[in-house]
Design a protein around this ligand. Structure first.
Ligand code: FHN
Length: 414
């Protein structure tokens, strides 16, 4: 299916279809915490009182924020959806909320609604706009409950009043996101500790009621039977092939941080990121790769460089990623990874293996019609020089063996 085009219908028969084809999305952790440059947990870590934390809003003025740049970057990287922190654990709404003045339009000199600007730009560019919403943890609200509940450093514990938070802030704010920003691809809930089965089901019903086509990730609940449409794996966790029977997604950092951390220079290389994308696709998952913009609204250069490099690769070889199904083999190939679309099998061979001159694949006895190197340019691959392939039954292993002779030079550096 094509994800391009200006208008994306909110309703569709199979709400998972676009997401399964998409494979690759942008995660954005952006909020007041960018001012400290110490990540999105700094309020909790430093036990900053609410009244003091609120003052950050007076200084938050991300004048360099440009929805067109962010969406263009995601698109250039080959990403098909964007998940942005509409509200993280600090309780600050990065959009215009009528239900809490602690939001970017009412409490900052910026006075613009970046979620609206991003949603409109995504619509124009054919990407799916999605929201992260911290539904249980809210350090700003006196009645939200959690193990990291703000009573540990500021508010008194009033667990019984949880529904004051739930009914007057969490649910109304989720409804705002689902009713004021056009079609929402998914709501990415996070960290449901303490939420009852009843409340988990209620928030799922709430999303379905306001946007039936909107997907819900599993972190909406701690109860497996209320775990939304797909599994969010652990942070940076890529499961074993076949380990998760549900559709799944790996949220991943580019360095070791989600929100902007000015001292974190542990950047993953572009090659490593491409390999992660390939690994995830070959196991049937989606990759949600994160950036942490600055308080000015800039995506750090190191992130931009990496996403652009990934984009140079996806623009050539994305055919082997998007809308594919996982490798039919659950064991890993030492030379790389496999994806499939219909009757085409893509062998994604790691750089060093090209110079070995050939690879083997066990367990495939289908007739091979045509084997060739995907060049990733406009040339007609079918017309390319065929690669020599041999198949025979390997007695000792008890499987068919496919032997592919490779040209010595690889089409990429990955
Ligand atoms: O506590 C959050 C964290 O700040 C970040 O948002 C990640 C992203 O997956 N989720 C939680 C931890 O798992």
């Amino acid at each position: 299916m094509s994800l391009s085009g200006p208008v994306i219908e909110a309703q569709e028969a199979d709400r998972m279809q676009w997401w399964k084809a998409a494979k690759f999305g942008l995660f954005v952790h952006w909020g007041l915490y960018a001012l400290h440059g110490k990540g999105e947990w700094h309020m909790s870590g430093a036990k900053i009182p609410v009244k003091e934390y609120e003052k950050l809003a007076e200084r938050f003025n991300p004048v360099k924020f440009d929805a067109r740049e962010w969406v263009a970057l995601a698109k250039a990287a080959g990403m098909k959806y964007i998940v942005v922190t509409a509200k993280h654990h600090d309780g600050f709404a990065m959009y215009h909320s009528e239900h809490d003045p602690f939001n970017i339009v009412d409490a900052t000199p910026f006075r613009r609604d970046p979620m609206k600007e991003l949603a409109e730009e995504c619509q124009r560019e054919g990407l799916r706009m999605c929201f992260y919403y911290s539904h249980v943890i809210d350090w700003h609200h006196p009645h939200a409950i959690h193990e990291f509940y703000n009573n540990t450093w500021d508010y008194p514990l009033e667990e019984k009043a949880f529904y004051a938070y739930w009914n007057r802030k969490a649910k109304p704010q989720v409804k705002e996101l689902l009713t004021k920003y056009g079609p929402v691809g998914l709501i990415w809930f996070d960290t449901a500790g303490g939420l009852s089965k009843k409340d988990s089901q209620e928030i799922i019903n709430w999303v379905r009621e306001h946007q039936p086509a909107c997907l819900i990730n599993s972190r909406v609940s701690h109860w497996p039977q209320y775990a939304g449409d797909y599994s969010s794996k652990g942070d940076n966790e890529i499961p074993m092939h076949g380990e998760d029977s549900r559709p799944w997604e790996t949220p991943m950092t580019l360095n070791d941080s989600w929100g902007y951390q000015n001292k974190d220079q542990s950047w993953k290389s572009s090659e490593a990121l491409i390999r992660k994308l390939v690994d995830v696709a070959s196991k049937g998952g989606n990759l949600l790769l994160n950036v942490g913009p600055t308080a000015e609204g800039d995506i750090p250069d190191e992130s931009v460089e990496r996403l652009e490099a990934v984009g140079r690769w996806t623009s050539r070889f994305g055919e082997a990623i998007y809308d594919t199904t996982p490798s039919p083999f659950h064991y890993e190939q030492e030379w790389g990874a496999i994806t499939v679309r219909d009757t085409t099998m893509y062998l994604l061979i790691h750089g060093p293996y090209w110079s070995k001159g050939s690879i083997h694949l066990y367990g495939l006895n289908n007739a091979i019609r045509h084997a060739y190197v995907l060049q990733g340019d406009d040339a007609d691959d079918e017309a390319r020089k065929p690669l020599a392939v041999q198949q025979h039954y390997h007695e000792a292993v008890g499987l068919h063996q496919l032997h592919v002779t490779l040209p010595l030079s690889a089409p990429d550096d990955v």
